[in-house]
Design a protein around this ligand. Sequence first.
Ligand SMILES: [Zn+2]
Length: 267
Amino acid sequence: MSVPSASGGGIKPQVTTRSIMADATQLDVLAIFSHPDDAELTVAGTLLKLKALGYRTGIADMTRGEMGTRGTPDIRAKEALDAARVMNLDARVNLALPDGHLALNEESKLAVARILRKHQPKLVFTSHWDDPHPDHAATAHIVREAARLATMRRYDKDYGTNPIKMPAVAHAVYSRLVVPSFIVDVSDFAEKKMEAIRAYASQFYLADSKEPETRIAQKGFLRQIVDRARYYGSLIGAEDGEPFYVREALNVDDPMALLTRPMNIYS
Ligand SMILES: [Zn+2]
């Protein structure tokens, strides 16, 4: 879709969004990650838990994963839909931005701002900027800026969407150098998370696969994902956990309720 102008600056980015499943309009939480399967690998347990608590959940994939060594964009779109069904998502969309070339520019900010305005999430999950994959690091910056831009009344006003209240942004932690602000106990959803990940059969280990070997297709990779969840779970005295970093100070209403939950003093 061609748009006249992002913000009056004369730039004319092409923005195309593909809904790969019927997408509900209002979401409580939206996970925005670079490639199909990134959200599953990092926050699927938390999305499953939030869904079980009655919240409306969705995933926006920034790219179709066309740079991937294994699989094709069509195969990955089908796998993303299968994973969405496993997670019982209310929406899954693909922003069709260029895989391997994600950058903080008008095109990417506009695409993310529009998806935020469409779904109006109160909470957004994304990657952290300290990530060795350039697309993941770029996505963290794009999401932060787009979330702010989406609140501005005159930004992209010709497109016809309304400004939103700034959503909270929580970054999924992967680097050991990033100290989590909180860890979600996802013990009850660990199995289902792995089922969602295994929906990406083209990407991960299959004994008889003829596809070229990649880091994430090695036999040990899925075990590492399980091990990570166990490690972060151990930090809060739970079986499985998913870690998040929030840049802003957390506004705590009831410190008793927060701090008397089970913890691990050796964390
Ligand atoms: Zn990725």
